[in-house]
Design a protein around this ligand. Structure first.
Ligand code: PHE
Length: 340
């Protein structure tokens, strides 16, 4: 009997030592210490033993059970620890791994140039104004002295949504909107934004591009103010040495109207490929606000006068940063954007 119990003990202890999971330990416990286990069996059969044998066998059986119990508990602590260690090792974060680099973007060149132009004019006391890109014929044309069937409408063919609503062809409708809203008060605004024209796209034309409009209305505003303002702008944008030149032109909403050239910043006026050997580069259209345009917006043109100008932002950006094709601005190739 004693040998039998001791053999059971050794067998159980060996299994306990080999067990590496909580489940395996539990299986051992059920097998040897459970109600149907061999030790319980021995204890149950004690009734058949003699009075001298009974306490001896009982003591051995209890001792064997005690040893197995203690070893099981001890091993359970170890196994739990091992399982925890393994889990922690799996979940460990390797702080020595190099991080995934985040790509830092930057403002698009058109946005950068728009900001530059805004900064210069804000320094001259201008505020920024905006208007809708889907515009009424009324503001895009009629309030700017371009009644229906006016031949000058042909210069700016548009995308029409209805007979009376179109994609604006220039930022000049913001002039009309601002004047109407200002109720005869002085104005000094700058308006950048997208414009649309029914145009064939090529290296210098796009059906959608950007303009920035300037408008100043007040008492005693003269052509000299326009010239001084544009000169200050050009010097800040293209360098102190730059000069401007005004050539007569025509816009229905300004009178007189001018085309403004800047002296070539590459050759300084001698003539090169950028200025097409003329020494001058055309950069914008401008003029004194037509009295009829002032009157339509309820200004008294005998007391108030004003000037306006409009320029293409892509053209300014192409000149200043040497971009050779307007389509580069819209194709979203980061190899282009990253250069600026
Ligand atoms: N709106 C004109 C154009 O798009 C430019 C311009 C603006 C001319 C303001 C004079 C005054 O061609």
């Amino acid at each position: 009997m004693r040998e039998q119990l001791e053999a059971l003990r050794d067998e159980a202890l060996q299994l306990v030592n080999q067990a590496s999971t909580q489940k395996e330990l539990n299986d051992v416990r059920i097998k040897y210490l459970g109600k149907k286990g061999p030790i319980t069996e021995v204890l149950r059969g004690m009734g058949k033993l003699s009075a001298e044998e009974r306490p001896v066998v009982g003591e051995i059986a209890n001792a064997v059970r005690g040893v197995i119990q203690t070893e099981l508990e001890q091993r359970l602590v170890d196994v739990k620890q091992q399982e925890m260690d393994a889990k922690l090792a799996l979940e460990a974060i390797d702080v020595t791994l190099p991080g995934r680099p985040k790509q830092v973007g930057q403002a698009h060149l058109l946005q950068q140039v728009t900001d530059e132009i805004e900064d210069i004019f804000m320094g001259l006391g201008y505020t920024i104004a905006e208007g809708p890109e889907v515009e009424q014929d009324l503001f895009n044309f009629e309030m700017l002295n371009l009644p229906k069937d006016h031949p000058a409408r042909d210069m700016q063919d548009s995308f029409y949504i209805t007979d009376e609503i179109l994609m604006r062809t220039h930022t000049s409708p913001v002039q009309a909107r601002t004047m109407l809203a200002s109720k005869g008060e002085p104005i000094r605004i700058l308006c950048p934004g997208k414009v649309y024209r029914r145009d064939e796209d090529d290296a210098t034309h796009s059906h959608q591009f950007m303009q920035v409009e300037g408008l100043v209305v007040g008492e005693d505003i003269s052509m000299a103010d326009l010239k001084g303002t544009l000169e200050a702008f050009v010097k800040q944008m293209f360098g102190e040495a730059r000069e401007i030149r005004l050539r007569p032109s025509f816009f229905p909403f300004t009178e007189p109207s001018v085309e403004v050239d800047v002296s070539c910043f590459k050759c300084g006026g001698k003539g090169c490929n950028i200025c097409k050997q003329t020494g001058w580069i055309e950069i914008l259209g401008a003029g004194m606000v037509h009295p009829h345009v002032l009157e339509m917006a309820e200004y008294d043109s005998t007391k108030m006068s004003g000037f306006a100008f409009g320029m293409g932002i892509e053209r300014i950006a192409m000149l200043k940063y040497g971009v050779d094709d307007i389509r580069h601005f819209y194709t979203n190739d980061v190899r282009f954007s990253e250069q600026f």
